[in-house]
Design a protein around this ligand. Sequence first.
Ligand code: ADP
Ligand code: MG
Length: 331
Amino acid sequence: MVVNSANPSLGEFDLIDRYFARSKTATQRPDVILGVGDDAALLRVPADTELVVAVDTLVAGRHFPPDSDARSIGHRALAVNLSDMAAMGATPAWATLALTIPAADTHWLDGFSAGLMNLADAHGVALVGGDTTAGPLTVSIQILGVVARGSALRRSGAQAGDILAVTGTLGDAGAGLALVTARLATPDGAVARELVERFEYPTPRVSFGSRARGIASAAMDLSDGLVGDLPKLATASGLAAHVDVERLPMSRAMLSLVPAAQAREWALAAGDDYELLVAVPPRRFDELAAAARQLNLTLTAIGELRPGNGVTWALEGSPFTVPVHGYDHFR
Ligand code: ADP
Ligand code: MG
């Protein structure tokens, strides 16, 4: 495709060459037989593995404020895909990028490519191809990873009696987004920075996902909020889920910012946290929590899986009505 460049000196192929053909990792990974530059990439998949594939799209104005920092957009576009690999217990290896931009703005591209490439290099992921088109800002990344045959984590593996647990803290990204969009303000600069960072630069839990293979019975990542996502895991496993809302892990930063009821609402439903939700047999919980600790991550039990279907919520032992629903693009 041809980019209608606002800057005539930077055409489509110069743009690709300058920003996306120089993935450090792509030149280092021996399994990249052909990367950017041909009609398609050629990758060598190890014989004893399964290929794990996911794609996620970020649309300006829908997944991030249109005036977001370009570096954050690049980071998030890859982070949400790495999070899908984490949820499968897979090791991410390669990615392709379909980038639609209104203009070939070099200032924007500098930031975007730095955000994307820094995170890719940090995870040893090679950018091996893509497509560049002119149009409303939309970033679509396809991620490819590998997992030892038969060992991927699924949503469907949970058993009745398993503990439900989440990594990290929930709701911070929702609080960060409220700060970014100026629906909320705080004089505490450190708190604001911490929460905004959680929205703009989420940390995909790739190492933890890997460690959870063979211990957790089911996993998924939390992109749409617990209220929206937990029913998907429960339904896939053919079970009911119960959550004690007072156990939800929430950051000091978020709790210092708003009343507990608002914090709880963000933790339940704001989404964009990219923490992992796992089901784990009770006898193996300590082992998984220890693995998390080694990664400087907390793992918090929030409830359990039970025979039946549907999700029930309790606060201090009383039934709790969840205030809001998870994100759905078409509702
Ligand atoms: P084609 O005409 O075969 O679609 P393109 O002209 O679109 O190829 O792209 C040329 C090369 O650059 C291809 O190898 C493609 O994978 C790569 N490429 C294009 N856009 C990007 C991008 N945004 N990021 C990474 N690689 C890209
Ligand atoms: Mg193309």
